[in-house]
Design a protein around this ligand. Structure first.
Ligand code: FAD
Ligand code: SIN
Length: 523
C-alpha cells in the first residue's frame, strides 16, 4: 500500500509527540511507532527535566554544568541555545497538561542531580516520564491532523537509492522521500511517502546485555540513517547509569534515580564503607561517568557483584512521597529501604551520539530531521548531564517543527518510488539464528566496549562483530522481513559504529575511558 502524508514522524516518545503537536497546524502528520503508542524510553524517565527556573540559578550556571559534564566537548553555541530556550519549552509542557510536583509554598519542587550546581530538576514524583508521555499522548490523540499507527515498524528510509541511483556518503544531495514501514499486525510492508520525515526513534540500550532501556531501544533510526549514507557522530559516548537495581534476572534493569543521591543517599561498599570521596570531591553527586567508573573499579577490586545505596537515614514520609515507584519496587523484592541498603550496579542508560544534526535538527539528508536521543546535536559532548535529555528533545522538536513547517509547501512527493522488493525471500527457518546472534552481540559489547575499554578489547570486539555482521546480512538477504530480524541488523550496525568511533578516539575523555596507560589523558 502507498500512503501519502506531509509529515512522517517515526517514534512516539517525548520528541516525536512534541514535534507532531507543533507540525500538525501546518499539515497532516502520520506518527508511526513500533510497539504500543506509549512505549518509549520517555515513559520510564524518573528524575525529571532540567531547566533554569529560580532566581538563584542562571543560564550561565546551567551552561557551565553541561560543559563540565561533557568534558568541554559539547558545542557551547548549542548548549546556550538549549538552556536559554529550554525554560519556555518546559512551560509549554505544563500548558499541555503535564504535572510537576510543587513544594508546600506553591513553587515547583526543584531536585538536584549529579553534576548540577543548583536545584533545577522539575519532576513528578519518580515517574516524570510517565507523566509527560501521558499528557502529550492525550493531546496527540485529540488532534484531528495527527494519526497514530501503532505496531508499525519503520524498516528503512527511502532515498534516491530506491530509484536505482548510486548514493555514497559523499553524495551532496541525498533526499529522503519517506520510509518503508512494516505493519506488524498483518505483516505487510507499506510505502509511506512523506514531504518531511522525522526520526524520533530514541536510544540503543539493547546493544548491551544490561540496560535501563525498554526493549524498543534498538538504535533503529541511527542505523537507518547510516545505511542511507547520512552522517552519524560521537557514538563512542555511551552513558552507563551508576545505579540500576541489582536484580540479575530482571530485564531491562530497574533504575534507581540519581535524584535519590541528590536527596542524600550515599554509595557504599558491601562492608558499609563510603567510597566516592576517594574518586571525586563531589562524592556520590559527581557526574555519571565518574561515579559509574568508580563503582566499576570497586567491583573489580572487591570481586563483588554490586555496591549499595544507603538511604536508611531518610525521613520515611518524604521518601515515600518523592520516590513511591522505587519504594514499591524495593518492597516487592523484600528490600525495605529504611532497614536495608539497596543493591545497585551500573547499566547502559543513554547514547550521547547519534544522527548528526544542525541547530534546526536537520540531518545531512535533505527533508530528514532527527530529534531526541537518536540525534547528536552537540549538547552532551563526551557525557550527558542528568535530566538534559528530555530538555534537548523538546527544544529540538520545537525547532524542527518551525523550520519544517516553513518548508513544507515547497516540497513535492516523489512519485516513482517502487514498492518494497521481497523477491527471493522466504520465511526464517529458525529463530535461534536471530536470538543467539543477539545475545552474542550484547555480550561482545558488554565485555569489551563497556565502561572501561582498551585497544585490545576494541579490536577483539570489532573482529567478532564482523563475523556476526556477515552472517546476518546473508540471512537478511534471503529472509522475509520481521521486526526481530531488522532489530538485530540495527543492533549489529550500532555496535559496529560504537566500536569504530571508539577506535578512532585515542585518548580517554568523558564516557570513553581507555585503560591502556599510553592512551590515558594527561592531567
Ligand atoms: P523514546 O522516548 O525512546 O521514543 C522512541 C520511540 O520510537 C518509541 O515510541 C519507539 O517505539 C519508537 N521507535 C523506535 N524504533 C522504531 C521503528 N523502527 N519504527 C517505529 N517506531 C520506532 N532523561 C532525562 O532527561 N531525565 C530523566 O529523568 C531520565 N530518566 C530516564 C530513566 C530511564 C529508565 C531511561 C531509560 C531513560 C531516562 N532518561 C532521562 C533518558 C530519556 O528518557 C530519553 O533520552 C528520552 O526519553 C528519549 O526520548 P525520545 O523521544 O528521543 O525517544
Ligand atoms: C535518573 O533519574 O537518574 C535519570 C536521569 C537522566 O537519565 O537524566
Amino acid at each position: 500500500m502507498h500512503i501519502k502524508t506531509d509529515f512522517l514522524v517515526i517514534g512516539s516518545g517525548i520528541a516525536g509527540l512534541s514535534f507532531a503537536l507543533k507540525a500538525a497546524s501546518h499539515g497532516k502528520v502520520m506518527l508511526v511507532t513500533k510497539s504500543n503508542e506509549d512505549e518509549s524510553n520517555t515513559k520510564y524517565a524518573q528524575g525529571g527535566i532540567a531547566a533554569v527556573w529560580q532566581d538563584t540559578d542562571s543560564i550561565e550556571k546551567h551552561i557551565e554544568d553541561t560543559l563540565i559534564a561533557g568534558s568541554y566537548l559539547g558545542n557551547e553555541k548549542i548548549i546556550r541555545m538549549v538552556v536559554t530556550e529550554g525554560t519556555e519549552r518546559v512551560k509549554e509542557l505544563i500548558e499541555l497538561g503535564t504535572n510537576f510536583d510543587k513544594a508546600e509554598n506553591g513553587n515547583y519542587d526543584l531536585a538536584k542531580e549529579g553534576g548540577h550546581s543548583e536545584h533545577r530538576i522539575l519532576h513528578y514524583k519518580d515517574i516524570t516520564g510517565f507523566e509527560i508521555e501521558r499528557a502529550l499522548l492525550k493531546q496527540v490523540r485529540n488532534h484531528k491532523n495527527i494519526t497514530i499507527y501503532d505496531h508499525y515498524y519503520a524498516i528503512d528510509i527511502i532515498t534516491q537509492h530506491h530509484l536505482g541511483k548510486v548514493v555514497t556518503s559523499q553524495t551532496q544531495d541525498i533526499k529522503c522521500f519517506g520510509a518503508y514501514v512494516l505493519n506488524t499486525l498483518n505483516n505487510k510492508i507499506d510505502t509511506v511517502l512523506a514531504k518531511i520525515t522525522i526520526m524520533a526513534t530514541g536510544g540503543a540500550g539493547h546493544v548491551y546485555s544490561t540496560t535501563t532501556n525498554p526493549s524498543i531501544a534498538t538504535g533503529d533510526g541511527i542505523a537507518m540513517v547510516y545505511r542511507a549514507k547520512g552522517h552519524v557522530n560521537d557514538m563512542e559516548f555511551v552513558q552507563f547509569h551508576p545505579t540500576s537495581l541489582y536484580n540479575p534476572n530482571e530485564h531491562p534493569s530497574f533504575l534507581i534515580t540519581e535524584a535519590m543521591r541528590g536527596f542524600g543517599a550515599e554509595l557504599k561498599t558491601q562492608d558499609g564503607k563510603s567510597f566516592m570521596q576517594k574518586y571525586d570531591e563531589r562524592g556520590s553527586l559527581a557526574p555519571r561517568d565518574i561515579v559509574a567508573r568508580a563503582i566499576d573499579n570497586e567491583l573489580k577490586m572487591s570481586g563483588a557483584d554490586f555496591v549499595y545505596l544507603d538511604c536508611r537515614h531518610f525521613d520515611r514520609k518524604s521518601f515515600i512521597e518523592h520516590f513511591p515507584n522505587i519504594y514499591n519496587k524495593c518492597m516487592s523484592l523484600g528490600i525495605d529501604p529504611f532497614a536495608k541498603m539497596i543493591p545497585v550496579v551500573p547499566a547502559q542508560h543513554y547514547l550521547c551520539g547519534g544522527i548528526l544534526v544542525n541547530e534546526w535538527a536537520e540531518s545531512t539528508i535533505q527533508n530528514l530531521y532527527a530529534i531526541g536521543e537518536c540525534a547528536c546535536t552537540g549538547l552532551h559532548g563526551a557525557n550527558r548531564l542528568a535530566s538534559n535529555s528530555l530538555l534537548e528533545a523538546v527544544v529540538f522538536a520545537h525547532r524542527a517543527a518551525e523550520i519544517a513547517s516553513a518548508k513544507i509547501n515547497s516540497i513535492d512527493f516523489e512519485a516513482l518510488i517502487p514498492d518494497w522488493d521481497a523477491e527471493g525471500t522466504e520465511h526464517a527457518e529458525e529463530m535461534i539464528l536471530i536470538t543467539q546472534s543477539l545475545k552474542e552481540v550484547q555480550q561482545i559489547m558488554s565485555n569489551y566496549v563497556g565502561i572501561v575499554r582498551s585497544e585490545l578489547r576494541l579490536k577483539r570486539a570489532f573482529d567478532r562483530l564482523e563475523i556476526l555482521y556477515k552472517e546476518n546480512e546473508a540471512l537478511y538477504e534471503k529472509t522475509i522481513i520481521t521486526q526481530k530480524l531488522c532489530e538485530l541488523r540495527n543492533i549489529i550496525c550500532i555496535g559496529y559504529l560504537i566500536i569504530k568511533h571508539a577506535m578512532r578516539r585515542k585518548e580517554s575523555v568523558g564516557l570513553h575511558y581507555m585503560v591502556d596507560k599510553s592512551l590515558r589523558k594527561k592531567k
